[in-house]
Design a protein around this ligand. Sequence first.
Ligand SMILES: C[S@@+](CC[C@H](N)C(=O)[O-])C[C@H]1O[C@@H](n2cnc3c(N)ncnc32)[C@H](O)[C@@H]1O
Length: 250
Amino acid sequence: MDMIPSQRNRLLSSELRRKLDYKEGENEDGHLVVEIMRRCFSPALITNKSWESFHFVGHQIKITEATDCYGAVVWPSALVLCYFLETNSKQYSLVDKNVIEIGAGTGLVSIVASLLGAYVTATDLPEVLGNLQYNILQNTKMKCKHQPQVKELSWGVDLEKNFPWSSCQFDYIMAADVVYYHPFLDELLLTFDHLCKDNTVILWAMRFRLDKENQFVGRFQELFDLEVLSDFPSLNITLYKAMRKSRKEV
Ligand SMILES: C[S@@+](CC[C@H](N)C(=O)[O-])C[C@H]1O[C@@H](n2cnc3c(N)ncnc32)[C@H](O)[C@@H]1O
């Protein structure tokens, strides 16, 4: 059923539109974007705790947000990745798969991956871990086949000590909106490289903002074969699948 723009707009919360800089009606992806964004509900009343609620894989997921740092809200790339995981759960089955999420933030992607049956390690900077752990526990306890873990992973720091290369056996590395204006892009690339074995699949949702950060994609492609899984021009988000180029070729 076709929706008129005003109907579509009502489905996007004002907070999401602010985060997205959503350009109504300019692109063909409008219907899918609305379908993805309607998985998010913001409370009508302002409460002392900031939270949003999401609906994925048959579960209501309540995410507590903080407003004082970057990882403390759910970013639209996370919704794009969660929607992909839910709607492609046969082709990309996560049951009993070993998954690590980097830059997990408030934890939505890790929660959805856990609800889909994966062994999940959600990682981020130390200052984000308290809220991440809280959200993950609240939304996965007694609901998941395998209880997810939360671990510190500061990109490029002590990788071999905390995640020894020989014992990293991840089927999937997941990342949503980890490339933006920050000084750790080299370290981020190092981290992907370190965690990735030849058969690891990277699922990475990238929000395009500034040219300098966007050049990261070119550098990433020197190490990894990159495939576009889906593209959302009206969100400036692309979802990529990547696998390591053979170490011989690099
Ligand atoms: C834009 S937020 C995205 C959060 C979440 N993935 C989402 O899409 O909702 C970027 C995330 O990267 C994390 N991050 C930034 N710099 C980092 C670093 N040097 N090492 C590890 N994580 C980092 C932030 O703490 C934050 O959680």
